[in-house]
Design a protein around this ligand. Structure first.
Ligand SMILES: NC(=O)c1ccc[n+]([C@@H]2O[C@H](COP(=O)([O-])OP(=O)(O)OC[C@H]3O[C@@H](n4cnc5c(N)ncnc54)[C@H](O)[C@@H]3O)[C@@H](O)[C@H]2O)c1
Length: 430
């Protein structure tokens, strides 16, 4: 982690409303200590989680002890995958609370659907575990704030899975922006382009025999099983997902926010909708969101889920020039007046392995401030997605408090700050 980043994290934490919470030493609650200590991991949710399980298993002195999924076909196949990598088979389980109950386990890796991220992370912190939680870190803004509280209260390392924060090319590009390569950065634009198909009209059905649908729903209020939601398509329903903005927009908005050196927006607006298919999906397939920050700075995200025309990942606009960033951390710098390419830097990694290693390093050094995507950073970037979706769902332009992103003068919009929970599942920091 660069000195700049480290200082910035400490500054933000110290200034934050949560700074007064007690900090324990890991020694009081955690196991892993020392540069080479063995670290034991349990992985929850085995689609993205398969890559995470293999990635952690390949790290030195790490054991993946559990692979957990509410769909037993997925956990059984993940056992073989990890065994092939690590030569030691993990246990296949259905209920992640077994991971939390096992005193040997240091890290819960959560790659279950979005409605699980905050409840599982908070329960894990309460149980003394460190956490790698996939992006977006929460299903709604209130949960993100609770996650920061849980990490602080229990002094746990909680890393969000925005892996580019650890990618070498991205770190170099951001350092160049900080050093003024294009002057003061005032605008960032980002895009997600895909060709997703329609999901049709689902029908009520019995859940598949291999799926524990009650546990899959967990914290979300109960709804009958419908044929076209699981797996993956839950992303397009507000009950569990956050649309394309929370799915892929969070990756690029995190980079926009990093390059702009911005925290919370002061104004958020959204336009778009479901323009392509007339099916069951609720979230926009065509979406443009604008975030204004104090000091004349702005970020724009545009998602087209059903059309790949055009190109672009992230771009920064400064007073002396511009920078384009690609998916793997390569970047190009253009001068201002002529918009002429003046330098190109190549890179070829999204940063996944470095991101896992960064979490292990922070745990072994008893120091959450080493994390590249510490949960407070993850929360701020995820919050942009939530605010964009709230602006879309209410049709309102949101004015926000620059100190914490809370929506001002708009009770209707603030109703979406939190969600309802299934009985006994509301997350609580203990
Ligand atoms: N960082 C990245 O690059 C990246 C890439 C892909 C996905 N993701 C994130 O990973 C998460 C999962 O996405 P996906 O595409 O794998 O979704 P998916 O629906 O394909 O897989 C989710 C899995 O979690 C399981 N699950 C649900 N509840 C569970 C529980 N209580 N315990 C254990 N398993 C449970 C489901 O049965 C399913 O197998 C999402 O939040 C997504 O944003 C991140």
């Amino acid at each position: 982690m660069s000195q700049v980043h480290r200082r910035r994290f400490l500054d933000t934490s110290a200034k934050g409303a949560l700074a007064g919470l007690a900090l324990n030493s890991f020694a009081s609650t955690g196991r892993a200590q020392g540069a080479n200590s063995r670290i034991v991991v349990g992985v929850m949710g085995l689609s993205r989680g398969r890559a995470l399980a293999v990635g952690f298993a390949k790290q030195p002195n790490v054991e993946v002890k559990y692979v957990c999924d509410t769909d037993s076909t997925r956990s059984e196949s993940a056992v073989k995958l990890v065994e092939g990598t690590a030569k030691k088979a993990p246990q296949a389980i259905t209920d992640f609370r077994r991971i939390l109950d096992d005193k040997d386990v240091d890290i819960l890796v959560c790659a279950a659907p979005n409605h699980w991220h905050a409840p599982a992370t908070i329960m894990a912190c309460n149980a003394g575990k460190h956490v790698y939680v996939e992006k977006p870190c929460s299903h709604n803004p209130h949960e993100g704030e609770l996650m920061v509280q849980a990490a602080r209260k229990h002094n746990r390392c909680v890393q969000m899975g925005s892996q580019r924060r650890s990618g070498d090319g991205f770190k170099r590009a951001m350092q160049e922006l900080r050093d003024g390569v294009i002057g003061r950065v005032y605008l960032s634009k980002s895009w997600y382009l895909a060709i997703r198909g329609e999901i049709g009209r689902g029908t009520p059905a019995d859940p598949p025999a291999a799926l524990d649908y009650d546990l899959w729903q967990g914290p979300a209020p109960r709804t009958p099983y419908i044929s076209n939601r699981i797996h993956y398509n839950w992303h397009w329903f507000w009950q569990w997902g956050n649309g394309e903005l929370g799915n892929n927009g969070v990756h690029t908005l995190d980079l926009c926010r990093w390059g702009l050196n911005a925290d919370y927006p002061i104004r958020v607006s959204s336009s778009g909708g479901r323009y392509r298919y007339n099916d069951d999906q609720e979230t926009p397939d065509t979406h443009t969101v604008c975030f204004e920050f104090e000091g004349d700075r702005k970020a724009v995200w545009e998602g087209t889920s059903c059309n790949r025309h055009g190109s672009g990942f992230v771009a920064f606009y400064g007073e002396k020039g511009a920078m384009d960033l690609d998916q793997n951390g390569g970047y190009r710098i253009y001068d201002g007046p002529k918009d002429k390419l003046i330098r190109e830097e190549t890179a070829s990694s999204r940063g996944d392995n470095e991101h896992f290693a960064n979490l292990l390093d922070a745990i072994r050094n008893d120091d959450p401030s080493r994390l590249n995507a510490e949960i407070e950073i993850g929360h701020k970037s995820t919050l942009l997605c939530h605010l964009g979706n709230i602006a879309h769902r209410t049709g309102h332009v949101l004015n926000c408090n620059k100190k914490n992103g809370h929506i001002l003068y708009d009770d209707k919009a603030m109703e979406l700050w939190k969600r309802e929970y299934a009985p006994d599942w509301e997350p609580k920091v203990l």
